[in-house]
Design a protein around this ligand. Structure first.
Ligand SMILES: [Zn+2]
Length: 256
């Protein structure tokens, strides 16, 4: 049985309301050793910590997602700091920039992003970064800081951008997108990421890999992503699972 980590999931999503507890216990028995549940805003960060407290194999990240910056309370950094003290909070995330939908407030997104990067530095925690249609601004903000202890999640950039992310010292993780028919760009990026800098994630309930594309995703579907990476890199699936598990534990060092 393959054992692996889902480094980025959203089990607080309402799609899991009908069967969350049963599902989490079942997939854990099926090989998902650890799950890191992401924070996106105050309520969802609180839930991440609640699940981490409840399930031994679930860990939390806390943070404000760029699509959720509107209405962030003035004291949000204090609240994140408090949750970050929990021994099972392993990262600040997911944070970053997202210019995908019209009407976004780039200035507000950048301020909240940078404040959370500062917080992560202060707390010596890694960051989980989300960047969509905002590569230039994201990279400019990160480059100013030199080295970054973190991971670029759901990587959707070019091979060239992947090299720049690696040069900052970050890991890169891919979702089920790798298995899609139009994955050529993602596969080119995968090719420049060495196995010892790679992490696995579902971003569930979204991004279900083939053959389940469009359905509700859960962490057990990572096996389809592992198979794709193994095929592309010409290595055994067991090696992909083992190496990505090591990489994830090294980055999120509060795991275990
Ligand atoms: Zn996410």
């Amino acid at each position: 049985m393959l054992e692996y980590i889902d480094s980025h999931a959203h089990y607080d999503a309402e799609q899991f309301d009908p069967d969350r507890d049963e599902l989490l216990n079942r997939i854990h028995k099926g090989g998902v050793c650890y799950i890191v549940n992401m924070g996106c805003n105050m309520e969802r960060s609180r839930l991440s910590v609640e699940y981490a407290d409840k399930y031994p194999f679930v860990y939390a990240a806390v943070g404000v997602h760029p699509e959720d910056v509107d209405g962030t309370p003035d004291d949000y950094l204090d609240r994140l700091r408090k949750w970050a003290e929990n021994p099972k909070t392993v990262a600040i995330g997911e944070i970053g920039l997202d210019y995908h939908y019209e009407g976004y407030n780039a200035d507000l997104q950048k301020r909240i992003f940078e404040e959370q990067l500062d917080l992560a530095e202060e707390l010596h925690l890694p960051v989980v970064i989300h960047s969509r249609d905002a590569t230039e601004d994201t990279m400019n903000i990160l480059r100013k800081r030199g080295k970054i202890n973190g991971v670029m999640h759901c990587f959707s950039g070019s091979a060239e951008t992947a090299k720049q992310v690696l040069a900052l010292g970050m890991n890169i993780s891919f979702t089920g997108v790798l298995t899609f028919k139009n994955a050529r760009k993602a596969l080119e990026a995968l090719n420049v990421v060495p196995l010892d800098r790679l992490m696995l994630e579902t971003d569930c309930p979204y991004m279900a890999p083939e053959p389940n594309r469009g359905k509700r995703c859960d962490s057990s579907m990572i096996v389809n992503i592992i198979d794709k990476i193994a095929e592309e890199k010409g290595v055994a699936p067991e090696l992909v699972a083992k190496q990505t598990t090591e990489n994830t534990i090294k980055l999120f060092c509060k795991i275990k």
